[in-house]
Design a protein around this ligand. Structure first.
Ligand code: IVH
Length: 683
């Protein structure tokens, strides 16, 4: 075998195994950059030596996410992939060459390249009939059952058209971190979690993951073509049909001189020479999007020019993908440490030789849990590849070279490094169950005083650490009984500093209830959940404690945005004796355990805040009955026209009928006109 044939053979095997890990296991074993480099190398070698190309070469397909577990269907539109560029210069030179090819100047549209799972949605007569993964480009997996659970995908379009659209399903970063923290083996990135979710057998499981979509191409069946002059107009039409289209667009070329503004879009436009600057500015913007993009897609706008340019075997000539480089660096693991979080969760962290990745120095990288370490087969001394995926959280991608081959894979300790208690496995993680564990105590206090919680001035984590170490405080509640003489004589605590600390603590007593509630460090009860609870009528701690005592999980989980698991977990914590003790002490100290009643601009007290009123029948004082609805809204309530699970009150007028019966069946509070007028009068 010649050297070239050998290399082709090796590259083919390696790429096939990477494809399997990526598409079938949804757990990549190579980075995008590594994959692309190997793929490009293989393509060049095969082009120069076609006789060595293997019949199973990955270059013969667009890449496949096919899995035999889900029904396979053929695509009726070509589902091609894109050629790639890695620098802004390559993009500009591509635009130049393309324009020379057709001997005319081009208009270019620039879209974000969403890093998610590619999907094709088929609509007949405006009704969603099928959602199919890209698969190998001609056959994909039918995932319609999961597609239907995504709220931003319309089931019916605004016009009864036959159309197929392509888009990218993705998971917002915030949801990714939240869900990934609960995974047995964390997903490497949001794309894998999105792709994994799409392939679930049970759509109820997919429904729990807040997937979203951007649609970026549309295809009409032959003969039904529409007359759009350009891609941007097609995007406008897709939006009109009800699709979620990314509003951020770049538009460069001669037509940009004229007005190309499009309703609902945020278009940056300019002459072609501005394209490079735009690429740079989008590269900087990608950090702030709330979802991951792995590049930009540069497309010819004019649809007739697209037709003239046509396709190569596996990509259109009228578009190119500009891929951001995903920063990666090589470093050595000095040691693996374990951290004890405020909830007692034990997290292994790799201390690595500091390296510069994507503009910042990284020296600590989370390893999540034992399973993650087992997958990496990692031990101290190993040389590792560290990436900053999505430019946010650094991750160990893989071991490049073992340091000491005689060392076993690193193992979690059996006891807590802070207090020595035996650790307990709960789900994917180990926990220290000792509430008095010094690291946990410290963690809870740091959390409580932190900027996003009680935000206590002049009391940072270092000062708090001294107070814990010196035995001055054992919980946040102890802060409020501290006196100046307790602090005198502590190392570094002068008179002035002491006065400032006490002033900060005193001032924190006026933080609103929502903050106080979220600062208790109760699992699942952050600012968002606190806000939802208050809005839903749990405006003080007593109402919440009563709900906990009565076990009102079901009622709580009806609050829009709060799941059943969260509701159950919050209520369970509200019955925990330690938490009850802390709440009572903090309340004695004078913290806010009641939300201030919002009185709207109209000066009326928000007596209906958190309530949902359905109004039905006819009234003496309210003609039309929408006037009664106005009264509800003016006082902070929501008014609706039908009985659903979220309705708390029914205002029943003359001839209330079926709604009254339904409300009674559901146990909804029913109020008649006289009672309603009385409530309004009294407030
Ligand atoms: S256009 C023929 N536009 O990137 C048109 N693709 O290789 C091909 N992608 O498989 C696609 N955002 O899954 C296009 N705004 C965008 C995109 C986008 C993400 C994905 C898509 C495709 C891959 C390109």
């Amino acid at each position: 075998m010649s050297d070239i044939q050998k290399e082709i053979d090796q590259l083919t095997d390696m790429l096939l195994s990477w494809q399997h890990d990526y598409y079938i296991e949804a757990r990549p074993s190579a980075t995008d950059a590594e994959y692309d480099r190997a793929f490009d190398r293989l393509r060049i070698l095969e082009e120069e030596n076609p006789r060595f190309r293997r019949p199973d070469s990955p270059t013969l397909r667009v890449g496949s996410d096919l899995s035999s577990d889900l029904p396979e269907v053929s695509h009726t539109v070509p589902v091609l992939s894109l050629d790639k560029a890695y620098t802004a210069e390559e993009v500009i030179s591509w635009a130049g060459k393309t324009s020379a090819n057709i001997d005319a100047s081009l208009d270019i549209v620039v879209e974000e390249k969403i890093d998610g799972a590619s999907i094709v949605l088929y609509y007949e007569n405006g009704i969603l009939t099928r959602g199919v993964t890209r698969g190998n480009g001609s056959v994909g997996n039918d995932v319609t059952h999961n597609i239907r659970t995504i709220p931003s995908i319309p089931l019916r379009l605004s016009e009864a058209v036959d159309i197929a659209v392509r888009g990218e399903i993705y998971l917002p970063l915030e949801a990714f971190s939240r869900i990934n923290a609960e995974q047995e083996i964390p997903y490497a990135n949001p794309r894998n979690l999105a792709a994994g979710t799409l392939r679930r057998k049970k759509s109820s499981e997919a429904a729990g993951v807040p997937l979203n979509i951007f649609i970026y191409e549309g295809f009409f069946p032959e003969g039904a073509a529409r007359n759009f002059s350009g891609h941007h107009e097609l995007l406008g039409f897709l939006r009109h049909l009800g699709f979620r289209v990314n509003p951020r667009l770049g538009f460069f070329g001669p037509r940009a001189d004229r007005d190309i503004s499009l309703e609902g879009f945020d278009i940056v436009s300019g002459p072609l020479k501005d394209l490079g600057t735009y690429v740079d500015s989008m590269t900087a913007l990608r950090q702030n999007l709330g979802y991951e993009i792995d590049g930009l897609v540069i497309k010819v706008d004019e649809l007739d020019v697209r037709d003239r340019l046509g396709y190569t075997g596996h990509h259109p000539r009228w578009a190119i993908a500009y891929k951001f480089d995903s920063p990666e660096a090589v470093s050595t693991v000095i040691a693996v440490d374990v951290q004890v979080g405020r909830t007692g969760r034990i997290t292994p962290v790799a201390r690595i030789e500091p390296v510069l990745i994507g503009g910042s120095t990284v020296s600590n990288v989370t390893l999540h849990n034992q399973q993650y370490i087992d997958l990496l087969e990692l031990a101290p001394g190993d040389q590792v590849a560290v990436s900053k995926r999505g430019d946010v959280i650094p991750a160990v991608e893989r071991v490049i070279e073992k340091g000491d081959t005689s060392l076993p894979v690193w193992q979690m300790p059996e006891s807590c490094p802070s207090c020595g208690s035996v650790l307990n496995q709960r789900g994917a993680h180990l926990f220290c169950e000792n509430r008095r564990c010094p690291d946990q105590v410290q963690g809870r206090i740091n959390f409580f005083v932190g900027r996003d919680q009680m935000d206590i001035d002049n009391l940072g984590s270092e000062t708090a650490a001294v107070l814990v170490r010196e035995g001055k405080i054992r919980g946040a509640e102890d802060l409020y009984t501290l006196k100046a003489e307790d602090l005198e004589g502590l190392p570094g605590f002068g008179e002035k500093k002491i006065a400032l600390i006490l002033k900060g603590i005193e001032a924190s007593k006026s933080r609103p209830y929502q903050r106080v509630l979220a600062s208790l460090g109760i699992p699942d009860l952050g600012q968002k959940a606190a806000e939802l609870l208050i809005e839903a009528g749990y405006g003080n701690i007593d109402s919440l404690l009563a709900a906990a005592e009565a076990g009102e999980t079901e009622k709580l989980s009806e609050i829009h945005g709060m799941g059943e698991k969260t509701a159950a977990s919050i209520l369970e914590s509200m019955r925990d004796p330690e938490n009850l003790r802390q709440i009572s002490l903090l309340r004695d100290a004078g913290l806010n355990f009641e939300a201030e009643e919002e009185s709207g601009e109209n000066g009326l007290a928000a007596i209906f805040a958190g309530q949902v009123w359905c109004v039905t029948g006819s009234f003496e004082a309210f003609k039309p009955r929408s006037l009664a609805m106005e009264e509800v809204k003016k006082r902070g309530g929501r008014a609706v026209g039908s009985i659903t699970g979220s309705v708390t009150h029914l205002l029943a007028g003359e001839g209330a009928g079926s709604k009254l019966a339904k409300a009674e069946k559901l146990g909804i509070t029913v109020v008649n006109e006289a009672e309603f007028l009385k409530i309004l009068e009294e407030t």
